[in-house]
Design a protein. Structure first.
Length: 312
């Protein structure tokens, strides 16, 4: 059955019937707005958009995959501020001929990813559109701590990474060349594995700056360097190229470090810490912060690609 067949409100009923709500949700869907508890009296908020043909393809990813990815992209921004995600709002614009089952499975993926961090899908909007588009807004609770911004890095800080990078970019290259393996890389492109716990943990440890690596490690670290007025140096030897990535790179004629240093969509977290902080196992040192400006790799300027820009 198509979306046009059940109508807007019929689809809303089908989708909301599949959702469950955490303890922070005081009032869920059904009114003009949801009500979400904000114990900290401050709310971290972020929004992101996925457009079919630009961010995902239905022949590459299931609706559930797209839901996981749409939620993860926003939840990662919240934990990158050191906050705990609480709620998602989702706007879905879709062709009337879209099958209702696709929209329902999308909702399942969104809800399942949110549940990983105790958050809930609490509302949103639907509209007809020739292009399938999912816009998600995430809310989070800072837990009484100041937000960890991009502007706090200081010379002498250690640069560290939580999560994996390069996997999603490698998977995208594999899919773009018409292949479906290695499965590890393809699945990483479909559904990122975000280190959700590492963000609030970094805030508690005293991280001076933090960012969600969504567009490429070097590009996103460039935002930290600019906002903080510092230079950031990355060590190539800090990254181990996994076997599947190495084999795929060799088969496709790609330098795997292009994926590692410039690939996005894994939603790892990069943060800077005072040198005196003992980093836990989930944070891997990958470089340092120095006086100056810009990004270097192994102490030298990097002339390769640094990341994704939607308008270039």
């Amino acid at each position: 059955m198509s979306v046009a067949g059940v109508g807007e409100f019929g689809l809303i009923d089908r989708v909301t019937a599949r959702l469950s709500y955490g303890s922070t949700v005081l009032l869920g869907p059904g009114d003009d707005a949801a009500v979400v508890a904000a114990p900290d009296a401050r709310v971290a908020a972020s929004t992101d958009v996925l457009v079919e043909g630009r961010h995902f393809r239905r022949d590459w990813s299931s609706a559930r995959d797209v839901g996981h990815r749409a939620a993860a992209a926003n939840l990662a921004d919240i934990v990158a501020m050191g906050a705990q995600p609480t709620a998602l709002l989702v706007a879905l614009c879709m062709p009337p001929e879209l099958e209702t089952g696709w929209a329902e499975e999308l909702a399942d993926g969104l809800a399942a990813e949110a549940a990983k961090v105790g958050a809930s899908v609490v509302g949103g909007d639907m509209a007809a559109s020739p292009t399938l588009t999912i816009a998600v807004t995430a809310l989070g609770d800072l837990g009484g701590r100041p937000p960890v911004t991009r502007s706090g890095a200081r010379p002498g800080d250690v640069l560290a990474l939580a999560g994996r990078i390069g996997y999603a970019a490698a998977g995208l290259t594999v899919l773009s060349r018409g292949f479906r393996t290695p499965r590890l890389l393809v699945e990483a492109c479909r559904r990122p594995e975000v280190p959700y716990l590492a963000g609030p943990h970094a805030a508690r440890l005293g991280a001076t700056a933090m960012i969600d690596v969504s567009d490429g490690l070097l590009a996103d670290l460039g935002h930290v360097a600019k906002a903080s007025g510092v230079a950031v140096d990355v060590r190539r030897d800090a990254f181990e190229v996994p076997r599947q990535m190495r084999d795929a790179a060799q088969a496709l004629g790609v330098d795997p470090y292009t994926w590692l240093l410039a690939g996005g969509d894994d939603h790892a977290l990069a943060a800077t810490f005072p040198a005196a902080v003992a980093l836990p196992p989930d944070w891997q040192p990958i470089g340092r912060v120095t006086e100056g400006s810009g990004i270097t790799v192994d102490g030298r300027p990097y002339d390769g690609p640094t990341g994704w820009d939607h308008f270039r």
